[in-house]
Design a protein around this ligand. Sequence first.
Ligand code: NDP
Length: 314
Amino acid sequence: MGKQSSVKCLILGSGPAGYTAAIYAARAGLKPVLYTGAQPGGQLTITTEVENFPGYPEGVLGPQMMEDLRTQAERFNTEINYGLATAVDFSKRPFKVTIDEQTEILAETVIVATGASAKWLGLDSEKRLNGHGVSACAVCDGFFFKGQDVVIVGGGDTACEEASYLSKICNKVYMLVRRDELRASRIMQKRVLSTPNIDVLFNHSTVEILGDKGVTGVLVKNHHTGEKRELNATGFFVAIGHQPNTDIFKGWLDMDESGYLITKPGTTQTNIPGVFAAGDVQDKVYRQAVTAAGTGCMAALEAERFLVAEESAE
Ligand code: NDP
């Protein structure tokens, strides 16, 4: 396949970063092709209300917002396909990207907007009961445990925020923290520790989530005393951080020790000219829909300028 037949701008990912990049690239005439990844619409599709995205004074449901972004990208003729990038070859241009281990796409520029995914503890019971009482999103699923007792794992800002959210809906929230202190900011620590129905269990870990068709309890262990006990709970929330979706870029793109892609400060440029990164895949600090959308816009503008500069040099 020759240079002419390759896609000018390939976008990987369908969160706010990917769709915003698509809107800008399409309006600039790059005829972008977008592959959605495994979770079309990204993390916001597992959220309920989004109240902090500018332009929605009454708030908007996460899945609705992603539908709106998709419709807007399609309006300017972005080609949107279902599929997951499973391998890349960035050794020369056009870049080669394999989708679902079978389709090969040649691309002049690539915008990586593959986002981040929630981390899990890795227990069998966690996998088995996922969606049946086990969740990584309190805001999405807390409602189902109204008036009940639940467990949340983690000691960061996310866990504190979610514990606080759950405390308003549930009867009691057990918070399992693996160390003897919380990682969260002082203000969040204070909030959690002063909420009467949040019981913070320091030095505790999860041995097993109990239940057959749904969660009926959680077996926990105190590291200091070695004591194991069962907590009565019907919900189990995991809030131990996120993992950037960058496995396929290892060896090609520079990343930090946690796997987040490194971009040149103030830009979305990766170490490979013509490959740009936008959204949570390169942001472990802000991780907001609006910042992801902002960097998606930057990536499309940079891809366009990159191609223009190249054309005028030819
Ligand atoms: P963090 O990485 O900050 O915290 C993860 C927490 O989970 C830590 O307490 C960690 O323990 C614990 N943990 C990790 N792995 C395990 C495990 N296998 N078993 C048990 N516990 C585990 O992630 P967050 O998602 O909380 O936050 C990410 C970033 O986003 C942070 O910079 C945070 O400040 C920011 N954020 C800010 C908010 C705000 O300002 N409103 C809201 C939410 C997030 P340990 O401490 O021992 O490593």
